[in-house]
Design a protein around this ligand. Structure first.
Ligand SMILES: N[C@@H](CCC(=O)N[C@@H](CS)C(=O)NCC(=O)O)C(=O)O
Length: 257
């Protein structure tokens, strides 16, 4: 009899375990965001969930400059690679202007201008003193007239204009940079800083439109400067390829710990 009684007990214990497991799997979905932990979220290191989120696009010069500053500062964030033709709703919800980069801080604050992201990262942590080498005027020239020339040189058909005229005026900016670099090797003295990181992704793009033409220009100092930055570990770190982000993905920490 004892044997007979114990047997159904064991059976019902097993059955209860199975039901409990099923409920554990279903509960989070039933109980909304606050209780919801997908298996992937549970796997992620807890620290990744409290980092800022960076919406980024690998080739975008604005996003590159933001990643350079985040990388040198070591301010880790969860990087979300986006496709510009299919921006994720979560990014547009954070910043409706629809440009990258966008940084969403853990307290919900949104920074959606690349220079502001750079200054936020370096203001939080600046181990190489990049903020001491900030030239807002030169950066404004880069972001204004030079970027305009770059766009028109690169995509003359989009603008219905003569691209080569814009290559010429862009070249004037490159010469101004070359002259500055002749003094001490970097844009604000002998050490790289915020100004170098803010401008070099745009110079890189300008050089890449027609590499043979660029190679033929006697921009001696600028070429050394550009080549050394592009070969740096920091730049490589900023240019690591990431798969497109999807909402269920585990966080990708940038810079790598
Ligand atoms: N002023 C912005 C400009 C950012 C920007 O224009 N990013 C481009 C990509 S390089 C973008 O997101 N364009 C929107 C689009 O192509 O849909 C910044 O500094 O962050």
């Amino acid at each position: 009899m004892a044997k007979y009684v114990r047997s159904p007990d064991r059976f019902s214990q097993l059955w209860l375990k199975i039901v409990a497991r099923r409920l554990t799997c279903l509960w989070p979905d039933c109980m909304g965001m606050a209780m919801c932990h997908s298996p992937r979220e549970v796997q992620a290191p807890p620290s990744a969930l409290i980092h800022p989120v960076l919406y980024s696009f690998r080739r975008c010069p604005y996003a590159i400059r933001a990643r350079l500053a985040l990388a040198i500062s070591g301010m880790a964030c969860a990087l979300r690679e986006v496709k510009l033709s299919a921006k994720p709703p979560a990014m547009l919800l954070a910043s409706s202007k629809g440009t990258v980069p966008v940084l969403v801080l853990p307290d919900g604050k949104v920074i959606d201008e690349s220079l502001d992201i750079m200054r936020w990262a370096l203001g939080s942590r600046d181990p190489e003193g990049w903020l001491e080498r900030d030239d807002p005027q030169l950066i404004a020239q880069n972001d204004g007239p030079f970027k305009r020339d770059l766009d028109r040189y690169k995509y003359p058909e989009r603008h219905g204009i003569d691209g080569l005229a814009h290559r010429e005026s862009g070249l004037a900016f490159l010469w101004a940079i070359d002259t500055r670099l002749a003094t001490a090797g970097q844009l604000c003295g002998p050490l790289p800083g915020l100004t170098d990181a803010a401008i070099l992704p745009f110079v890189r793009q300008f050089a890449a439109v027609d590499p043979n033409w660029f190679a033929a220009q006697p921009l001696r100092h600028l070429k050394v400067w550009l080549a050394s930055h592009l070969a740096s570990e920091l730049f490589h770190m900023a240019m690591i390829r990431h798969a497109l982000w999807a909402p269920d993905d585990p966080p990708i920490l940038f810079p790598l710990p």
